[in-house]
Design a binder for this molecule. Structure first.
Ligand code: ZN
Length: 211
């Protein structure tokens, strides 16, 4: 699974408003679907406030820290996942002309994609739908890849990712994501460089591949 450090870094950058639109969209979608991520995100926002108080010493600072800790303990007890809801997460709605079922998907072999209408030079943001038990071809990454599970689940060499999870991959990851055998999966994928196929046939196809 992801290093929590990478996820935390993304949440912090998002809290600071420092992420480009496609990356912010992935993080916002993750937050919309994961109560646990929202709790961590609020923690960073709160920590920002505490740090400001520390810069200007105040007798309240220590008490504020205790109150923050108490609140964090409450929030950590939240359920890890949002209840199942077939609706499109709010951050994604402005980018989609309809429900997942009505999108003009393009693809074959159990894997279909829909490119989000998002103008961000250097980035590619798309939905990927994989039928139950089917897989995305084995690949590695020239850059970074953020994948948020919107429906169903997938697994790769690192673990299982379920609805609301955000998977981070880069050049150090060579994987073959497989969709859940029962539900398949629909994911949001944001990349800052094309993927590079690494399977025996995939290598031959590389010049033509844009997932
Ligand atoms: Zn990948």
């Amino acid at each position: 699974m992801n290093g929590q450090d990478d996820l935390d870094e993304l949440l912090m950058a998002h809290a600071a408003g420092r992420l480009p639109e496609p990356v912010a969209l992935a993080v916002a979608t993750h937050l919309a679907l994961s109560p646990r991520a929202r709790a961590r995100y609020r923690r960073f926002e709160a920590l920002g406030g505490v740090l400001l108080e520390t810069i200007e010493p105040s007798p309240l600072a220590e008490g504020a820290w205790d109150r923050l800790r108490a609140r964090l303990d409450e929030e950590e007890a939240l359920p890890e996942r949002a209840p199942a809801d077939p609706g499109i997460p709010a951050p994604l709605r402005p980018y989609l002309p309809g429900s997942f079922g009505t999108l003009p998907w393009r693809g074959h072999g159990g894997v279909a994609t829909f490119a989000l209408p998002l103008r961000a030079p250097g980035y590619q943001a798309s939905l990927i739908r994989v039928r139950p038990g089917r897989s995305v071809p084995r690949h590695t990454h020239e850059g970074s890849e953020l994948t948020v599970v919107l429906e169903g689940a997938f697994r790769d060499e690192r673990g299982v990712y379920r609805r609301g999870d955000l998977a981070i991959a880069d050049a150090s990851v060579d994987h073959r994501p497989v969709a859940d055998e029962g539900e398949g999966c629909v994911c949001l994928a944001v990349m800052d460089a094309p993927v590079r196929l690494t399977g025996p046939i995939g290598r031959l196809l590389n010049p033509f591949v844009r997932l």
